[in-house]
Design a protein around this ligand. Sequence first.
Ligand SMILES: [Cu+2]
Length: 264
Amino acid sequence: MFRLLMEQMLDTIEILLQTMCTLHLLFRKGGNLLFQRHADTRSNELGTNVHGLFAAIIVEEAESTWFDPVTGEPLESGLFADIYHPTKPTFMEYIVFFHDKMEIKDKNGETPINPNTNLPSSAIGVSYRSEPMQNRKSLDYPTDGDEHIVSGEDIFMSSWLYGDSAIELLRPYAGDSAKIRLINAGIKETHVFHLYNHQWRLEPDDPKSTIIDFISISPQECYTIDIFHGAGSYNHMIGDAIWYCHLYPHFHEGMWAYGGYMTN
Ligand SMILES: [Cu+2]
């Protein structure tokens, strides 16, 4: 039984397509529903998908309510929410959209060439943002002949040196229940989501389901990642745990961020 009439639903989708935001609605059974503009399904720059215009309806359990994790105020839409239910555990929710690869140009209007592959460089987005590694590698930092000083991933992924990833960060406290709604909004490429130091079941509601710590997600697929033992996992790790697309060219082209875990 839906809490929304179909006319209201269509109005809501129209508004979402205009604003490209996300929204939490209330249905009898939970789920993640992706929708997008499919005017031109070509997967290159001539198509419509790579330029965006997609969103999702995240369907929560009946009687759920949701609030802004920072202000505590009631919330209508957004990537982050605290989800409350009268009889079930509260959890933090984080929505992640994966994009397809986008062409990029340098300041001269030319397509830059990746020096490692000799192929055209590109960028891949996560929720309309991207953090390509070339933005974090200093071009004039003295290497003293040791390239690793500026190219090692332990350096150029450092928030201390280069700031946080442009992709919005999950910021729970250690032990907080957390679910990631993972959505591949692209139409061309499969991605591999991997979150360090955490595990979850492939089927969140099946206690016999396989335990995993990464998942391949094809175009148009959606998954719920219900993290075991909450943020920080069983050992209540504090600090930063990286997550990214495990296809390394994608990782390099911007698909990564941190889940930041703090003490209570
Ligand atoms: Cu990928």
